[in-house]
Design a protein around this ligand. Structure first.
Ligand code: TRP
Ligand code: SF4
Length: 400
């Protein structure tokens, strides 16, 4: 019964490659048909690590947006926008920073991990420590309940939930909250009121999450509640005050299975990628020069596909009969490696040709992308402003 809202962001780190397509983008393409989706470029998040080289960010922003659009992210289905064009994210980040315990941020595992991993950079900054809080603002400002992220980001979603809970707890208390909530329960009518109380007890006393879900569904269906009373009852369920910010859930994206050209995970830092806009000649060259089973030195030596990165690509791109042909031909030295690679040149070429062509249309007409994003920025700002109105009011900042 909930109006599910999906939000996800990507830092603008450069041209996207097949690894992004196979993991994140294919997931977005599916989600955009199933939910209200908001996808944004986290350019401020890029500044947390690139504060001393901001000049690369601008090009990356537009390149990434072109890659999204070319891959099939559809602006008539999903709202696409740029974080820094919705300055309300910064306002929420600032306001939430007032009540965020320092220890919570220091304990987020990515904080120390990334500092160690990127040790050539000085990341002992205020902005970098606040990275997860900015991410929380990104999510909470849209009251998004589903956030597709990879495994590495789950801790940030958990952190966001804790921030939302703390915020509601501190600022959701209005004078006479309990009495108002009790009066609202009666508004439900005796049958529903009884069920609401039972479910609330079951959740609060036994931590039964399914009772919480049922109670929320009950509130969604109750047509005779005012908006304020509904929010009070959502908050009352969890024992806190009025629910101003809602807790999101991580929607775990399966890790990309795309191997790189050398058999390691495909990643820009390993220099083993095929980019979404790679041209046909370059695709062919990259695949032809891929390493194969090191034991297969001569054409007459039999090989073992399990020791060959080319085989891993076949597992993703080839039909059963081609895979049988590879297995058979490799182990019996019936086929050569160049021959074995040819079907991949073709199928990867076929996947990327339409993406490359669509990207070219956007490159040729920059106004097209600018307009799509201007429109998305506006739509996002409208949603963000609604939440900010409630947040300012809850924090006593609605004086004029
Ligand atoms: N931190 C995310 C990443 O590195 C990017 C991001 C920023 C994000 N804000 C977000 C993802 C909000 C989901 C929701 O991948
Ligand atoms: Fe790899 Fe194919 Fe050569 Fe076998 S025939 S080693 S699977 S490239």
């Amino acid at each position: 019964m909930f109006d599910d809202r999906v939000l996800s962001g990507m830092r603008p780190t450069g041209a996207l490659h097949l690894g992004h397509y196979n993991g994140v983008l294919e997931n977005w393409l599916k989600l955009q048909h199933e939910y209200q989706c908001l996808f944004f470029v986290a350019d401020w998040h890029a500044l947390t690590t690139h504060y001393d080289s901001p000049e690369v960010i601008e090009n990356n922003v537009w390149d990434m947006l072109i890659d999204w659009l070319a891959a099939g992210v559809d602006p008539s289905q999903a709202t696409l926008f740029i974080q820094s064009k919705v300055p309300e994210h910064a306002e929420l980040h600032l306001l939430m920073s007032m009540m965020t315990p320092l220890g919570w941020l220091e304990r987020v595992p990515t904080y120390k991990d990334q500092q160690e991993k990127l040790s050539e950079k000085d990341l002992s900054t205020y902005g970098f420590l606040g990275y997860p809080l900015l991410q929380s603002a990104d999510i909470l400002i849209y009251r998004a309940n589903l956030v597709p992220v990879g495994e590495d980001q789950v801790a940030h979603i958990e952190f966001t939930r804790e921030i939302a809970r703390r915020f509601n707890h501190i600022y959701g208390k209005e004078p006479g909250f309990e009495e108002k909530a009790e009066r609202a329960v009666k508004q439900l009518g005796s049958k529903r009121a009884k069920l609401y109380r039972e479910l609330k007890n079951r959740y609060q006393e036994q931590g039964d999450d399914s009772a919480l879900d049922s109670a929320r569904a009950l509130l969604e269906e109750a047509a005779n509640l005012s908006l304020g009373d509904r929010e009070r009852l959502f908050g009352y369920l969890e024992g806190g005050g009025k629910m101003i910010l809602s807790e999101p859930q991580a929607l775990l994206t399966a890790a990309s299975k795309m191997p790189g050209l050398d058999g390691q995970k495909m990643s820009k830092s390993y220099n083993n990628t095929i980019s979404l806009r790679e041209d046909a000649t370059s695709i062919e060259k990259k695949i032809r020069t891929m390493p194969t089973d090191p034991a297969r030195v001569r054409r007459t030596d039999p090989g073992d596909p399990d020791k060959c990165p080319v085989w891993q690509l076949h597992c993703i791109y080839s039909e059963e009969n081609t895979k049988d042909w590879v297995q058979e031909g490799c182990k019996s030295a019936g086929i050569g490696c160049i021959e074995c690679k040819q079907p991949l040149v073709e199928s990867i070429g076929k996947t990327l040709a339409p993406i490359r062509e669509r990207a070219q249309e956007y490159i040729d007409d920059p106004a097209l992308v600018r307009n799509i994003i201007a429109d998305g920025n506006d739509r996002a700002r409208k949603l963000a402003s609604e939440t900010m109105r409630d947040v300012r009011e809850a924090m006593g900042l609605d004086y004029s």
